[in-house]
Design a protein. Structure first.
Length: 401
């Protein structure tokens, strides 16, 4: 507590926090289960509270229109956020999630595994010849875009444009979007809506074996999905299918480069890869926090948070809670159990979680099979212009097996 008797304040834009938030998280957890974010908003710091609140019906994800206008400004991006399943509560959230989840079921992803393996090999084969690569540019971004585009039926010639606009839209997932990013977000929403809307018109005339065709069938069956709901949630599903995976892969490489003993352990036992991916997710969660609107008063510790306030569930802090994880600041690819909260929980469990895990497992399996050594070949550069824990550059020196 500070001199006023209030919990300490958390500044997400503090340069020290942007570089390494975990010491600050530790101080906040030690001070109590809540911290102050800003006017009318509180952060939840501890694992047990985050887990419980992820499933608490007194919290909602559907924010009023004014909230989105404050966050990103009035315009297409604000309207987009009001329609996507991420910011909808039951029954609309349940309806949208049921219809959109068809592209990401474990069965669908398992059928894609051969394609994912071939794509990883195609993307990294040049690195084996040249002896170097930048993981971010040459693997982490193109791989999930190719995979999710295939799932959705987006043709190859549009992949680069769709990725560019999805990345610009990604910046708009910040609580307060910087002024210089707002126009780009609005423009990208308009472009993506027009492009996906055009693909839907094509699928109405000639259905295929892809997500867009499946959604149109649901619409035709009277499931009350409007054209705009299909378009906006397809755009969101594309984003959900690649953004977390990008940062999971790059954060995983960065973590291993900084913990060579763990990289050596993986090489000695490739069967540890699935557990290692879970540890990458815990150690450096791509999404560090998620906001919920308090619909009924909620007591956390000794403080009651009133209705109308915002609670930020601090996933990154929960994943480093000493009460749950032994030595949380150390990467441990053998960690078991590993109850991290990176993919959320309850009804808002990340739609693309199984796909992200599968792609990451394929990538690190490839590295262990096809290389004899992977070393850092330059500075690891953080991506500062994003709401995610991300890298702009992860340069590698690679030797083939």
């Amino acid at each position: 507590m500070d001199a006023s008797g209030l919990p300490p304040r958390f500044d997400a834009l503090d340069p020290a926090v942007l570089e390494d938030p975990y010491p600050t998280y530790a101080r906040l957890r030690a001070a109590g289960p809540l911290c102050r974010f800003g006017p009318g908003s509180w952060g939840v710091t501890r694992h047990a509270d985050v887990v419980a609140l992820q499933r608490d019906p007194r919290l909602g994800s559907e924010f009023p229109e004014a909230y989105h206008h404050l966050s990103v400004g009035a315009g297409p991006a604000s309207h987009f956020f009001q329609r996507i399943m991420l910011y909808r509560d039951p029954p609309d959230h349940v309806r949208l999630r049921r219809l959109m989840s068809g592209a990401f079921t474990p069965a669908v992803v398992r059928r894609m595994r051969g394609y994912i393996e071939q794509t990883v090999d195609d993307l990294l084969a040049p690195a084996l010849e040249s002896g170097s690569c930048d993981v971010v540019r040459e693997l982490a971004y193109p791989l999930p875009v190719l995979v999710v585009s295939t799932l959705m039926g987006i043709p190859p010639e549009a992949h680069d444009d769709v990725r560019l606009h999805a990345m610009r839209l990604g910046r708009a997932f910040s609580a307060i979007v910087p002024a210089d990013a707002r126009d780009a977000a609005h423009e990208s929403v308009q472009w993506l809506r027009a492009y996906i809307g055009g693909l839907l018109d094509e699928r109405r005339k000639a259905p295929g074996d892809d997500l867009l065709s499946t959604l149109l069938q649901a619409e035709d069956d009277g499931d009350r999905l409007s054209h705009d709901e299909i378009v906006d949630n397809t755009v969101f599903s594309f984003f959900a299918g690649f953004e977390t995976t990008v940062h999971l892969i790059t954060n995983g490489f960065a973590a291993l480069l900084r913990a060579p003993d763990q990289f050596a352990l993986l090489r000695s036992d490739p069967g540890l890869v699935p557990g290692a991916v879970e540890e990458f997710l815990r150690f450096e969660a791509p999404i560090q926090g998620t906001a919920r609107l308090v619909r009924e008063p909620v007591t956390i510790g000794s403080r009651t948070v009133r209705a109308g306030r915002v609670l930020v569930l601090m996933l990154g802090s929960a994943n480093h809670d000493e009460a749950v994880f032994h030595d949380p600041g150390t990467l441990d690819v053998t960690r078991n159990p590993n109850p991290h909260v990176t993919f959320g929980g309850g009804g808002h469990l990340c739609l693309g979680a199984f796909l992200a895990r599968t792609e990451a497992q394929v990538v690190f399996d490839w590295v262990l099979r096809r290389t004899s050594s992977v070393e850092q070949a330059g500075d690891l550069v953080r991506e500062s212009d994003t709401p995610f824990r991300a890298f702009a550059h992860v340069p590698l020196a690679i030797k083939p097996a």
